[in-house]
Design a protein around this ligand. Sequence first.
Ligand SMILES: N[C@@H](CCC(=O)N[C@@H](CS)C(=O)NCC(=O)O)C(=O)O
Length: 205
Amino acid sequence: MHKHWILYGKCLSPYVRRVAVSLNFLNLAYDRVVISAIQDEQVREKLNPVGRVPALKLGEGDVLIDSHAILDYVDEHVGDLDRLLPRAGLARKTALRRLALATGAIDRAMTANAERRRPDFDAQRLTRLIRQCKQGFIYLENELENRELFDTDRGLQQVDITTVVGLSFINHIFPETLRYDEFPGLNNLAMQCEERDCFKSAEID
Ligand SMILES: N[C@@H](CCC(=O)N[C@@H](CS)C(=O)NCC(=O)O)C(=O)O
């Protein structure tokens, strides 16, 4: 039924990559069309009037936009046994907070990346954005201590996927920001995850 799904975007984008990894992990078939978030503006705007990826074209021709909405749809599609974000209750509340911290930290890194590219970039703003990005990950690192979360034996959850995709992305564009000595738990989790097929088939491109 989902045979003709098409995911648009590059896995360099952590928003695209978390969707790609989730689809791979759930064994949902899709094709990926690599379009750039910098060039390919016309293609992006045709799929999504606000011009951003990821976009997921469904078999019927509907296009879902924004990774949050796409992943919510995918969770509903696979049903309660397989969904990656808890459906309700305390587990959902906790997961939503962690996810918001992970995506919020990624957003900070994105803004920092744009800031440093400006010819007259504001060094103070850059420092603040990177600090806030790290603070999000410090929170997630500390959560590892009371772990039933990040227990990869019971299968991945969306929090795990998004956190690892975020860590790998940030260390890719700002090397050494989330170093092993400061973030041992998250780096160990990332190493385990990046070895899995669902991550390997969605390598940063
Ligand atoms: N909240 C959105 C963010 C998507 C986003 O910012 N995508 C970037 C790529 S990383 C993009 O398409 N940028 C193109 C642009 O802003 O023109 C999501 O979760 O999907």
